[in-house]
Design a protein around this ligand. Structure first.
Ligand code: SF4
Length: 99
């Protein structure tokens, strides 16, 4: 989980999702996908890594080792983003309606 005060933190507070829940959700969401790996990256998983337009040799070495192209990496990130949006907007709304 990012530790510095990035814009994500106030956003999580605003939508009422705890950091721990977000962490667990994201770890679960990348299970079995190429983003699960990345022990040599900042946070131990490609799930937390920057987009491909930000230069990074650690992420790129991991992608190379996995045989994952930059395009496929960004596709995986896009799919992860869709899961997160679904969790926040669709499941979040149905949880609000049922309470
Ligand atoms: S892309 Fe590089 S700088 Fe960004 S989180 Fe991953 S390892 Fe760290």
């Amino acid at each position: 989980m990012p530790v510095k005060a990035c814009p994500l933190i106030p956003t999580l507070d605003k939508i009422g999702l705890s950091r721990d829940d977000y962490l667990k959700f994201k770890q679960e969401a990348v299970k079995g996908t190429p983003l699960e790996d990345g022990k040599n990256t900042c946070f131990g998983s490609l799930a937390w890594c920057c987009k491909i337009s930000s230069p990074c040799m650690f992420r790129n070495m991991t992608l190379e080792k996995k045989g994952l192209s930059a395009r496929e990496y960004m596709r995986c990130k896009h799919r992860l983003a869709e899961k997160i949006m679904h969790r926040i907007f669709d499941e979040g709304e149905s949880a609000d309606e049922s309470s």
